[in-house]
Structures are given as structure tokens and as C-alpha cells.
Write a protein that binds this ligand. Structure first.
Ligand SMILES: NC(=O)C1=CN([C@@H]2O[C@H](COP(=O)(O)OP(=O)(O)OC[C@H]3O[C@@H](n4cnc5c(N)ncnc54)[C@H](O)[C@@H]3O)[C@@H](O)[C@H]2O)C=CC1
Ligand SMILES: O=P(O)(O)OC[C@H]1O[C@](O)(CO)[C@@H](O)[C@@H]1O
Length: 387
């Protein structure tokens, strides 16, 4: 079985690539990082280390790579032959890869009636749907109709913490947390469900993706942004701070209330889910930088992302303003990182327009929305955290 995976980064190699190998696939990684692609072709295998006391490792074999900048024709060939296509490139890169995928699909539908599923494994609601929309912009109406018959774009939720791989001598080796969850929307599948050990197929993905995004990612934003505000470099350091611990519990109680009331989750089970996630953030065998988890602050303040959306649902279902989520959003507005384009842009916007209009612009909330004034109040309140 042949898999094509876009993005040979942390999640690509450390999660999706590993599961595809264990399920019997040969995976062709597509990336723009030539050094990684060359190394994949030289070694044809790499190591995944489980970051836990036992330090178990897995050798992922049957892998190769294509540089999509220098060899786009090879990517098209690989898509024609693929049994599954996956991505883990980041939400903002999905539009970038859509043109090449559309070229592959055009050739494929002209040469075979074999069905194919393309699964975007990104931290967002509707990643595969967005990819489909962008791919379709490059296709004629006739090609779109053929793709609607043959090509599925099932949305997915992916959960595994894979930090940046710093100080590694081996370019391909990747350390990952042992835990993982990969949930895929079954109704959108074309043909047989791809046989990948570890995928859980569900009839309705929405509760799963929102539970994951508004618990794992909402929670992780606390040690990232509050931690950075206080002055910590790593998630581990931040998770040992008593104020961070209080805020993370508060944030997850607020997003939890929003989720429980929306999806009727069992309270005890949801609390156990939260507790397990907090333990994962404290994993001493993972060294994760606050700048990785906090990357892309403008995206993370988007209307459907991990902070604004649960805060709005909380207001709708309880009639109250969420103070811990507001605190965390305030700390995002204070986030600076000279290596992060979005962090630079956010601070420029604040300089030019002030906090109020910047937040309104990135979150797309009405200026009168109660969350805006709650966040502005917290800009002053969080100063005590600096001691
Ligand atoms: N790292 C993590 O713990 C998790 C990440 N995710 C999601 O997975 C996605 C990827 O994240 P990471 O693996 O952490 O990032 P990463 O930065 O390690 O990997 C992204 C890869 O995409 C490649 N890329 C960039 N532009 C490309 C293009 N035009 N064509 C092909 N490849 C391109 C990069 O060179 C890089 O190798 C994101 O959407 C992230 O939210 C989801 C769950 C966990
Ligand atoms: O990958 P993003 O969306 O930039 O956000 C980082 C988040 O993704 C993860 O890496 C995995 O979900 C978390 O560790 C973190 O909350």
C-alpha cells in the first residue's frame, strides 16, 4: 500500500508516518526542506523515540521523500498511485500545497477510477474541507464533478505532542509522547475506509475535534502564553508555576463547561480527560518550548480557534464572561517573539490600532462583545503574575 504524506516535520514523521509504517504502507514524504528529503532517501528509515521512562523506540522503514519545489512531477506521479494522501504542514500551508495536489488529482482521474481519501492532519476544525475547497479552485467544473465522485476529503482530529527536535545529531530522529489519538470523519470517506491501525472512524467528528482543540490546545496555550508572559522558556518550567496551574485548571473548567453543555459530555469523564491532559503537559521526558506551542498567535486568536471559540460558547451557554480564558487571551496580546512573523505583526497592529481594535480585528468579534472588555480588564490584572 502506498501513502503520500505532505510535511515531513514533527507530526509527519513522529505520528502519521509511524502509524502508516506500522499499518504496512510505504510512505512518500513530500516537503520543501531539501535536507530532510535527501536524508529520507539516503537512510530510507528513521527512529521514533517514545518520550517516557522506558525510552522505547521504533524504526520506521519503507519511507522515501520528494522535494516538491524541485520535483513536482514526481509528486504528481505519487498521487496517481497513492492509496491514501495525508498532510501535516500547518493550516496556513494547506492553500500552498493545493495547486500541486490538484495537478495530481487531474492526472489521476484521467487514468484511474480508483477512489482515494485525502486527510489533513492539522490543528483546526475542517482542515480537509479547507484543503478540498482550495484544491477545487484549481479544477474545472468537470474535474470537480469527477473528484466529488472519487476523492474523499474526510476531516480529522489528531492528538500527539511532538516538540521541536532540538540538539539532535540525527536529522530524522523524532521524540514523541507515547499518547496519540487520530479520529477521522467516516461519512466523508470514499470507498473502503483506509486501513490504518490507530485511526478511529466516527460518524460525527465535531464533538471529537472540538473536545480535542478546546481542551488539549486551549489548555496548552496557558503554559505557552502565560508562561512566556511570566518569563519561562519551556512548557515544563511553566507547568511547575502555581499561577499557571491555577489558570490552566480555570481555563479548562470554562472550556469544559462550554463543551459539556454543547455536547452533553459526562462531567466525570470530561474531568478525567482534563486531568490526563494536564499530566501529559507535565511529561518530564519532553522538552517543549513555549515559542513552539505559542507559534502563530494571530491564527490562535481566530474566531474558530482554541481561545475565542470556547470563550464565546461559554458566554452563550452560561450567560457569564470567562475570566481565565480572558486572562489567557490577554497574555496572547502581550506575546512577543522576533522569530515569529505573526507575533511581530500582532505587536505592530497593537502599536497602530491599540488592544481593543486589534483584538476585534483578529477575533472578528463585535466591538461591543463582552469578551473584548473582559480581555482588556485582564491586561491590567495579569501584571500581578510578573511579581
Ligand atoms: N507537533 C505537534 O505536537 C502537533 C502538530 N499538529 C499539527 O500538525 C501540523 C504540522 O505541525 P508540526 O509537524 O509540528 O510542524 P513542523 O513545522 O514540524 O512540520 C511542518 C512541515 O511542513 C513542511 N512544509 C512547509 N511548507 C510546505 C510545502 N509547501 N509543501 C510541503 N511541505 C511543507 C515543513 O518543511 C515541515 O517539515 C500543524 O497543523 C500542527 O498544528 C497537530 C497535533 C500535534
Ligand atoms: O500546532 P499549533 O496549532 O500551532 O499549536 C500547538 C499545539 O499543537 C500541539 O503541538 C499538538 O496538538 C500542542 O502541543 C499545542 O497545543
Amino acid at each position: 500500500m502506498l501513502a503520500v504524506h505532505f510535511g515531513a516535520g514533527n507530526i509527519g514523521r513522529g505520528f502519521i508516518g509511524a502509524l502508516l509504517y506500522q499499518s504496512g504502507y510505504h510512505t512518500t514524504f513530500v516537503d520543501v526542506n531539501d535536507a530532510v528529503i535527501q536524508e529520507l532517501n539516503n537512510k530510507q528509515q528513521y527512529t521514533v523515540i517514545l518520550a517516557a521512562e522506558q525510552n522505547e523506540s521504533l524504526t520506521v522503514k519503507n519511507v522515501s521523500g520528494i522535494n516538491s519545489v524541485t520535483s513536482p512531477e514526481k509528486v504528481i506521479e505519487a498521487i496517481i498511485k497513492a492509496d491514501i494522501v495525508t498532510t501535516a504542514v500547518g493550516p496556513t500551508i494547506l492553500p500552498v500545497i493545493s495547486n500541486l495536489i490538484s495537478k495530481g488529482l487531474r492526472e489521476r482521474i484521467n487514468s484511474t477510477k480508483r477512489q482515494l481519501n485525502i486527510i489533513a492532519c492539522e490543528n483546526m476544525v475542517g482542515g480537509s474541507s479547507l484543503l478540498k475547497e482550495k484544491v477545487f479552485e484549481h479544477l474545472t467544473e468537470e474535474e470537480q464533478a469527477a473528484c466529488n465522485d472519487l476523492i474523499g476529503f474526510p476531516n480529522a482530529a489528531v492528538d500527539r505532542i511532538v516538540p521541536n527536535q532540538v540538539n539532535k545529531k540525527d536529522l530524522l530522529e523524532v521524540s514523541v509522547e507515547p499518547y496519540f489519538e487520530w479520529v477521522v470523519d467516516e461519512p466523508a470517506i470514499k470507498g473502503d475506509v483506509p486501513s490504518v491501525d490507530g485511526i478511529m472512524y466516527v460518524k460525527d467528528l465535531t464533538p471529537y475535534i472540538e473536545r480535542k482543540l478546546f481542551t488539549v490546545n486551549t489548555g496548552h496555550a496557558v503554559p505557552a502564553y502565560i508562561g512566556h508572559y511570566i518569563g519561562y522558556d519551556t512548557i515544563y518550567e511553566a507547568m511547575n508555576d502555581i499561577n499557571v496551574q491555577e489558570i490552566i485548571r480555570g481555563v479548562l473548567a470554562e472550556s469544559g463547561e462550554a463543551l459539556i453543555q454543547t455536547y452533553q459530555f459526562d462531567r466525570k469523564e470530561h474531568q478525567a480527560y482534563i486531568n490526563n491532559i494536564i499530566q501529559r503537559f507535565k511529561n518530564p521526558y519532553i522538552s517543549d518550548e513555549v515559542t513552539r506551542v505559542g507559534r502563530g498567535p494571530i491564527r490562535k486568536l481566530g474566531p474558530n480557534d482554541r481561545l475565542i471559540r470556547p470563550a464565546c460558547i461559554y458566554i452563550n451557554v452560561t450567560g457569564k464572561t470567562p475570566s481565565y480564558l480572558a486572562k489567557t487571551i490577554a497574555s496572547v496580546l502581550q506575546y512577543t517573539n522576533s522569530h515569529d512573523e505573526e507575533a511581530i505583526k500582532l505587536q505592530q497592529m497593537i502599536k497602530e490600532m491599540g488592544y481593543n481594535k486589534t483584538l476585534q480585528s483578529v477575533s472578528q468579534l463585535d466591538l461591543q462583545h463582552p469578551l473584548i472588555s473582559a480581555v482588556l480588564d485582564e491586561l491590567d490584572e495579569i501584571k500581578v503574575l510578573k511579581g
